[in-house]
Ligand binder design. Structure first.
Ligand SMILES: *Cc1c(COP(=O)(O)O)cnc(C)c1O
Length: 416
């Protein structure tokens, strides 16, 4: 890890001081006279509001006080009622955009979305509106371009925003896209009248952990002389890949990239509702909705959202610190390598990107009973060709060795 500007490891005491300080800077429904907001603290009959219970629990305290982070807080004005915890969210956005993705300080906007699905749709929405408003495009002149291994949220975006979607095939074994095939898809789209491309490049796919060759996309797009915007889907890989590939080209240093999705509720073990959307300054305005009752308008898809989610992610990153995070991914890489060695010695075919903690085994080498017993996830529930193992915090070598034993047993039975 290079020297971090915003991301500093903090002690539990420091974290509590900052979060409780932020809650003090928010309005307090209990102690103040606040009469105009359609919101309050959590129902006291159900959720314990007892001071001694909440004393050393900054996250639970935030949940109980229930701040609403409606809107985007990295630009313009925001609701003044929740300024304390909004400032924590702003710090979180800088940590992700600058210290993890190598952007320049304060040159990106962003917010904590409901998840990767929303963050991807938000990106595509911004670019669609940009092409329509600034380039006088019609919806039918625009298409989404991604790979066949892309997450199905791209199909949701295409459907909701009434855009065409074109998918580049991937090689069955290497799961990679190549420039030639990208060019073919672009040329076909051009023949069909597409002039503006919303391109989504994967930083670790859900099923394989594969990382798209971004140069293949940008070279093909430049050659084809088409207008495009490029979004990176790091919903799975955003808190992993930047730490395992020192030479990653998927950062804000790459001028072709405008925005990113990261999910803290995948690799970062945060509560659900912690997708992170990041975009270079000057773009999110394309998704502006004049929301007259929200101070500072709304540039987000979601509307009301819990401030506790931003606090949770900020606490997780601050507690670990950048070096702690690097170590976390280092251990998972080591476990993944251990598993790959064992699979090789059993002659079980699998795919794994060298910077990833996902191992996807060819289905013909895995007995369905074994897949079922170990909760391995298929690429397709009706006709599985692959089963994946995701090496998370709880997926220890101890547990992996049980799977190895069962895979061995099954191979023996088949051979005899
Ligand atoms: C999980 C995932 C998504 C969708 O994220 P949700 O948080 O489930 O909405 C999008 N893209 C990729 C690559 C993912 O792994």
């Amino acid at each position: 890890m290079a020297i971090t500007q915003f991301w500093k490891k903090k002690s539990q005491e420091e974290i509590e001081e900052i979060v409780f300080g932020a809650l003090d800077a928010n309005i307090n429904y209990q102690n103040q006279v606040i009469l105009g907001i359609p919101a309050s603290y959590l129902d006291g009959q159900v959720f314990n509001q007892d001071a001694s219970f909440l004393k050393n629990a900054p996250f639970i305290s935030t949940l109980v006080q229930n701040p609403n982070h409606i809107g985007c807080h990295t630009l313009g004005h925001s609701e003044p009622f929740f300024q304390g915890t909004q400032n924590i969210e702003k710090d979180l956005i800088e940590i992700c955009a600058v210290d993890i993705l190598k952007g320049k300080a304060y040159e990106q906007d962003g917010y904590v979305a409901s998840g990767g699905t929303e963050a991807n749709i938000q990106a595509i929405w911004v670019y669609r509106n940009y092409f329509i408003n600034e380039k006088k495009a019609k919806a039918e002149d625009i298409c989404i371009l991604c790979s066949e291994d892309s997450h199905y949220s791209m199909d949701k975006a295409a459907n909701l925003l009434t855009l065409d979607i074109r998918k580049v095939p991937v090689d069955f074994n290497t799961r990679s896209v190549n420039e030639l095939e990208i060019t073919e898809v672009i040329e076909k789209a051009k023949q069909d009248g597409k002039k503006h491309f919303i391109v989504v490049c994967n930083m670790m796919t859900t099923m394989f952990g594969s990382v798209d060759n971004i140069d293949a996309y940008t070279n093909a797009l430049t050659e084809a002389k088409v207008d495009y915007n490029l979004h990176i889907d790091g919903a799975y890989g955003g808190f992993y890949y930047p730490f395992t590939d020192e030479k990653s080209k998927l950062t804000f240093e790459n001028k072709h990239i405008t925005s990113f999705t990261l999910d803290a509720h995948k690799m970062a073990q945060a509560p659900y509702g912690t997708g992170i959307f990041l975009i270079r300054k000057g773009w999110i305005q394309n998704a502006n909705t004049k929301a007259s009752y929200v101070e500072g308008e709304d540039f987000t898809l979601i509307g009301s959202r819990s401030g506790a989610n931003a606090v949770a992610v900020w606490m997780i990153l601050s507690k670990n610190g950048p070096h702690g995070w690097f170590e976390k991914t280092y251990i998972l890489q080591k476990r993944t390598e251990w598993m790959c060695q064992n699979l090789k010695s059993l002659d079980i075919a699998f795919y794994r990107h060298p910077c990833s903690n996902i191992i996807t085994m060819r289905a013909e080498h895995v007995h369905p009973e074994v897949a079922n017993r170990f909760g391995l996830v298929p690429d397709n529930h009706n006709d599985p060709k692959w089963f994946k193992i995701v090496i998370m915090e709880h997926v220890t070598i101890e547990k992996l060795s049980l799977l190895i034993e069962d895979l061995k047993l099954k191979t023996k039975i088949e051979l005899s």
